[in-house]
Ligand binder design. Structure first.
Ligand SMILES: [Zn+2]
Ligand SMILES: [Zn+2]
Length: 331
């Protein structure tokens, strides 16, 4: 079968591998749709916790193609999406319901072979049924579950005014989730014209392209969905007194934020981050199935597996036409 392997940072190639067999408690998934996100780019560039060589792909869905022994929830042909983070359920963090900080953490597509190949082996507990949801939409289960976790932490209140920095796929999911949580007014800051247009289409009340158009000390919640340090630094200027800042975008490692400590103190701010998700996959599938979260407008490219190296460059180029890129290893 065809796989895409990141051999080491900055080195990616199409490879042929043996089709793997599921062991006890494992499923073989025929991958139908596999999303690319910023994390894949970080792994490719050697800036994330990847283990090399690695087959990337941690946002995917497909068909159960074979089942190992001791499988209780699935049969061949079932349609599923994959939660890539594998917690041990037997360390102090897991046993305190903090599975996202599992001391023996593994992740499909980061430390284990991922969805950028035709078939992949996953433990049964990583699989969630998606019913008749299109596979491309099922591939959003993972990023959406992370967004749900972040939104739960931020505790958006009824009629809150929310500002979201960045209208990439995550920013657009945040926008829709903030609305579901009861936000009265949502302002999106986005410099890329293609992404700004999408934010308007997806229901932002106001879309601005620079900080000068935002109102200082105003928003109940400011959410950063860029991970860009200079943008994150400005978040505390626009949140109201007593408000909340959610730093959600993944910043580059080894770089410091620069924020005035006194300002955080005087404004009585709650500054939060959010790391992956904790058992949010069922919620994510429900939100996708109910139609409350729309992902079709987020998909800009559907590509075969061999186009993955090109697709990573496409994402890196910040071309306004690029939104979510979905790879279809079995097309
Ligand atoms: Zn991702
Ligand atoms: Zn654990």
């Amino acid at each position: 079968m065809k796989s895409v392997v990141i051999e080491r940072p900055n080195e990616i190639a199409l490879a042929m591998r043996e089709v793997p067999e599921p062991g006890p408690g494992e499923l073989m998934i025929q991958v139908m749709a596999s999303g690319i996100c910023g994390t894949d780019l970080h792994i490719y560039r050697g800036e994330y916790m990847g283990r090399y060589p690695v087959i990337p792909g941690h946002e995917f869905s497909g068909l159960v193609a074979a089942v190992g022994n001791q499988i209780t929830r699935f049969k061949m042909g079932d349609r599923v999406a994959i939660e890539p983070n594998i917690a041990c359920d037997n360390c102090v963090n897991c046993l305190n319901n903090r599975q996202n900080f599992c001391l023996n953490w593994q992740a499909i597509g980061v430390t284990l072979p991922g969805g950028m190949e035709e078939y992949v082996i996953v433990p049964e507990r990583a699989a969630f049924p998606i019913g008749d949801l299109p596979f491309e939409h099922g591939a959003f289960m993972e990023p959406l579950s992370c967004v749900v976790h972040g939104i739960e932490r931020a505790r958006i209140g009824l009629a809150d005014h929310v500002a979201i920095f960045g209208a990439g796929p995550i920013g657009i999911l945040m926008l829709q989730m903030a609305r579901i949580q009861g936000a009265a007014h949502i302002t999106v800051l986005e410099i890329n014209p293609g992404r700004a247009d999408l934010a308007s289409e997806m229901g932002a009340d106001r879309v601005v392209s620079n900080f000068e158009e935002l109102r200082a000390d105003t928003y109940d919640i400011v959410i950063d969905a860029t991970g860009a340090i200079p943008v994150m630094n400005r978040s505390i200027d626009y949140v109201r007194m007593g408000g909340t800042v959610l730093l959600f975008g993944v910043p580059p490692s080894g770089k410091n934020l620069e924020m005035e400590g006194f300002k955080i103190f005087r404004k009585g701010l709650t500054v939060l981050s959010s790391f992956t998700s904790v058992r949010n996959s069922f919620q994510a599938v429900d939100l996708l199935q109910s139609g409350q979260i729309q992902v079709e407008p987020l998909i800009s490219h559907r590509l075969p597996l061999q186009e993955l190296p090109h697709a990573l460059e496409l994402i890196e180029s910040r071309d306004p036409a690029v939104k979510k890129v979905i790879v279809q290893p079995n097309s």
